[in-house]
Design a protein around this ligand. Sequence first.
Ligand SMILES: [Zn+2]
Length: 843
Amino acid sequence: MRKITTLFASVLLLSNFTFAQAPKKSSSSDIYHSLEKLNFLGKALYLAAHPDDENTRLISYLSNNVKAKTAYLSLTRGDGGQNLIGTELSELLGVLRTQELLAARNVDGGSQFFTRAKDFGYSKHPNETLKIWDRDLVLSDVVWVIRNFKPDVIVNRFDHRSPGSTHGHHTSSAMLSFEAFDLAGSATSYPEQLSQTSTWQPKRLFFNTSWWFYGSQEKFDEADKTNLLSVDTGIYYPNLGLSNNEIADVARSQHLCQGFGRLTSRGSETEYIELLKGDLPEDKTNLFDGINTTWSRIDGGKAIGDILYKVQENFNFKNPSAHLPELIKAYKLLQNSKDKDWKEDKEKELLAIIEAVTGLYLEASATAASAVPGESIDIAIEAINRSTVSMQLQALELNPDEVVIDGTPLKNNVEYKNTLVLNVPASENYTNPYWLNEKGTLGTYTIKDQELIGKPETPRPFHVYFTLNIEGEIITIKKPVIYRYSKPDKGELYQPFEIVPAATAAIKDKVLIFADGTPKQITVLVKAHKDAVEGSVTLAHAIGWTIDNPTQAFTIAKKNDAQTLIFTVTPPSNQDESYITPVVKINGQEIARELITINYDHIPQQTVLMPSETKVVRLNIQKAGQHIGYIVGAGDNVPESLEQIGYTVHKIDPATISNASLKKYDAIVMGIRAYNVLPELKFKQKNLLDYVKNGGTMIVQYNTAGRWDEQFENIAPFDLTLSNDRVTDENAVVTILAKKHSLLNFPNKITNDDFNGWIQERGLYFPKAWDKAFTPILGMHDEGESEKKGSLLVAPYGKGTYIYTGLSFFRELPAGVTGAYKLFANMLSVGKSTINTDKKLND
Ligand SMILES: [Zn+2]
C-alpha cells in the first residue's frame, strides 16, 4: 500500500477538512467558523508561479484567522518538473498538481486560480520566461483574475526587484502582479475584458518577505522595517482544535507528487509582509487595517449585518437550526442588494450555512462513473432534513430537460429518494480539463472561452436544482451530478461524473525507434466507454511510412472492455521522424484522443483526453557491441530506449557485482544519480574501475554533486569535481571541441545537426574541474553565461574507457531525439573497431 494512505487517514481525522467532490459535513463549530467568515467582507489574493510556491501558513492565517476570502493565483499548473509518486509528466503532471492545489485549499480554506502560462521547465531569468510565456497574454490573465475575484489586498510570494536570483518564473510572477495591480483598475487596459467583468482597484500590494530574501538573519535584523507588517501565523484556533501552522502543514502535505509530505508543527511563528503599493496600515499586524470589511460596505448590507452579527454573537452550538428564521431573513435581504459580486459570494456562503444548520443533505449521484454523448443514465437523488424545521421539496430539476414537481414534506430525519433520468445531449462536450482541449504553444495553453480563464477546473455540465420551501421561503440549492461508490478496501468514494467518447484507442509506446528498415508490429488498444460499440481504427501516418491493412474493425460488447489490434509498420528507407495516430471511427464520428485516468488517494480521480499519438523515428544508426549492463539509479527509461535500437540490456543488481560478473558486457552504464541513491556502490567501485582497466567501457550519467558517502571522494578513476552547472536552454549552441575524437566519428559521424530537436534542456550537474586525462568533447552555455565544457568527458583508463556525461540522455532518448541516440551509440561503441558484433553472452 502507498505511504500516502496514512497521510490521507490523518487528514480525515481533522473533521473540518473535506475532499473535492465529497460533500462537506459540518459540526456546530464548523458552522460557527463559516458564520464568522460570512460576516467578514474582505478578500486577499496570494500570488506566485507554481504549485508549492504558496505559503500555506499565510493563506491559512488570512482564511482562518482574518476570515478573509482568500485565493492563491498560481500562474502555472506545475507541468514541468518531476513526479515522485507516479508516471504522470508534463500536461498530466499539471492535472495532478492542479488537484493537489485544490486539495491544499480544501484544507486551508482558500480557493484557487491559474493563468494560461505553462511551467515549461527551469528558467534562469524573467526575460526568458516572459518571452516564452507571451508577457502580454499572461499579464492580461492576471488582470482578469484580479478583476473577477476583486481582492482588497494582494500578496506576492516573490520579489519583483531581484531578477536572476531565483527561478525566472518566480520573479516574473511578482513583476506581472506589480504591474497588474494598477492595470486592473484602469478601464483603458484590456478593455475587451470589460464586457464580461468590471475594473477593480485593489487597496494594497504586499511582498511576503523573510530573512532569506535579505541574505541572512543578521542583515534582516538590521534592515529598516518601516514598511514591514508582521503577523503570528502560529495562532491556535480552539473552535477547530488546531493551530494555524498545523492546518498549513497538512495543506502543504497535499503536494505529494513533489514529496512534500511532512510533520505538522505548532507554536508562534512570525511572518513578514512588506508593503509595495497602497497606504501603510496604522496597525502593522493587520493587512486590512482601514479597509471596511463589515456588511456596511455593500448596498443593503447594514440590515443584513444587524441580523447576522447577532446570530454569530448568540450562536447556539447545541441547536444551530434555532437560527434558521434569522438566516432566512438575511438571505431575503441579500436578494435585494445591488452589489452583484458580493451578493453572489455571500449567497453561496449563506445557503451552505442554511443547509448545515438544518442538517440538510442533498445529493445527485449518477449510477455510473461516466456516460457518452447521446446516452441516458439514471441519477439517484437523496434529500434529508435532519432538523425540526418545517421543510418541503417543491421541485427537482435536472438540466437539460427533466423536471420533477414533487411537494413532498422533508420530515425530520426521514430520507427522500428518487431517480431522475439524465439524457446527455448528443452534442455534449467531453468533461476534459479545458486547458488541454486545444494545442498550446511552448509557453501557454490555448483557451478560446474567456470565461474559463482562471478557473481551476472544467465547470461540471450537469446539476440538480433542489427547490425547497423552508419555513415559507422558497430556496433553490444547486448540486453537481457526481459519482458516489464504494470499494471494499477503501470505503465510500466520490469522483467527478465524466462525459467521455464512446471508444478511444492508444498505442502503448509513445515513441517507437526503427534502428533500420525492419518492419515492426505495433499494438493498438481500443477501449469501450459504453456497451455494444462497433467501429474501426485507422492508423493515420505520414508519407514514406507504410502500414499493412491500415484500417481494422472492432466490436466490443461491454463498457470498459478492450480489444487489441495489431498493425505492421514499415519505416522509410532514410532517416525520418513523424507521428502515427490511431483514429477511432464510429458511425462517421472520428475520435483521435486517448483516455487516461489519474488515480491517487489524496485527489479525486481525474479523466483526461490527450491526443493519441506515437512518435516514430527511423534512424540510420550504426553500433558496435551488443550486451549492455545497466545499473539502475534514481530511475530512467534509458534501458528501454537502448533496447529499441537493438541492444540487449541487462539490469545489474549492485550486490551481484564482481570482476567476473562484469566481464561479459560490452559496456556498463550507470543510471541517473546512481551514486546518490545506491550506497552499496562504494563497495563495488573498485570492481567497476577494474572492469574499465581491463578493457571495458563505463558510462556514468549525471549525479548530484556531493550527495553520497564521503568515501566516494571520487566516482571516476581520475579527479573529477561535479558542480551545479547546467544548460537549461535545449537549443543552446553546441561547440564541438574534439572534432577528431572517435566518440564523434565512430560508428556514427556526429555533427551540429545532431543537437537539433533536443527537449527541455541540454544537461545538468556538469563537472567544473577534471584531471588532464579527460578530454572534453563539447562546449555549450546558456545565454549570458560562460562556456561550460564538462557535459561530456572521456578518459582512457588502462585498456578501457571511462565516460562521464551530464547531458540529459534520460530525457532525450525516451523522446526519440535522433542525435542523442547516435551519440549514445558512439559512447557504447568506444574502443571497438567493428560494428554490429554479435557476441554470445554466457549468463
Ligand atoms: Zn516555484
